[in-house]
Design a binder for this molecule. Structure first.
Ligand code: PGA
Length: 249
């Protein structure tokens, strides 16, 4: 089943998030055969999760810390996320890698913490523009996947979501072509098969992220290895996001 996820990033106050959650809930109440998740900012998580409880929309955090608790000012634990109503968490987003010192090693620890708390991680990977231009896309993805998932074993259960988000396509309006997305997704799935076996590789969902909009979502979703989308800008407006959920331009 495809998975359409909205990352609200550092947008929306509590009341704005509440309003968006109510509107989204009614707009996509009839959506079937699609899974939906939204990731509000921390201060809005609890309220949004209360509104969406029992609906067809799951709630996720945008980050977490790998420790359970302690003197880590400004951080939030997996348990705090589940307690606030989250079932998912975004890990290793390129903005965190770029601005907040996230590395493959911290991503690895965070995925472990999420899985231990039964949160489904959205494991984000993707190459920069210069890495693509220098022909290093696959080696960058290879390293991010191997290091991010180092030490794990996975069975056939799809308790991890991978989000392929080419950095040059995030928030730029420059979407990867569907062929570029398919090529990267196929590579990632092949690598996951080598590392964890066929059952896991076919069950795991690989989302595309980077300037997904109502007018390009359908074409991307038609590609065999694109199992959904992680959406930033176009997830903020409930009307636009609901179009994505229905693959409707
Ligand atoms: P965008 O962001 O849709 O605004 O390009 C995608 C993301 O950061 O997940």
């Amino acid at each position: 089943m495809p998975l359409i996820a909205g990352n609200w990033k550092m947008h929306k106050t509590g009341s704005q998030a509440v309003e968006a959650a109510h509107e989204l809930k009614s707009r996509i109440a009839s959506a079937q055969n699609v899974e939906v998740m939204v990731a509000p900012t921390f201060t809005a998580l609890f309220q949004v999760a209360q509104i969406l409880k029992g609906s067809n929309i799951a709630v996720g955090g945008q980050n977490l810390h790998w420790e359970h608790q302690g003197a880590y000012t400004g951080e939030i634990s997996a348990e705090m996320l589940t307690d606030a109503g989250c079932s998912h968490v975004i890990i290793g987003h390129s903005e965190r890698r770029q601005y907040f010192g996230e590395t493959d090693e911290t991503v690895n620890k965070k995925i472990k913490a999420a899985l231990n708390s039964h949160l489904i991680p959205f494991f984000c990977i993707g190459e920069s523009e210069s890495e693509r231009e220098s022909g290093n896309t696959f080696s960058v993805l290879d390293k991010q996947v191997r290091d991010g998932l180092n030490g794990f074993t996975f069975d056939g259960q799809a308790n991890l979501v991978v989000a392929y988000e080419p950095v040059w396509a995030i928030g730029t309006g420059k979407t990867a072509s569907r062929e570029q997305a398919q090529e990267a997704h196929q590579f990632i799935r092949g690598l996951l098969e080598n590392l964890f076996g066929k059952a896991f590789a076919s069950a795991v969902r690989i989302l595309y992220g980077g300037s997904v909009k109502p007018d390009n979502v359908k074409a991307l979703m038609e590609m065999p290895d694109v199992d959904g989308a992680l959406v930033g800008g176009a997830s903020l407006d409930p009307e636009t996001f609901s179009k994505l959920v229905f693959f409707d331009n």
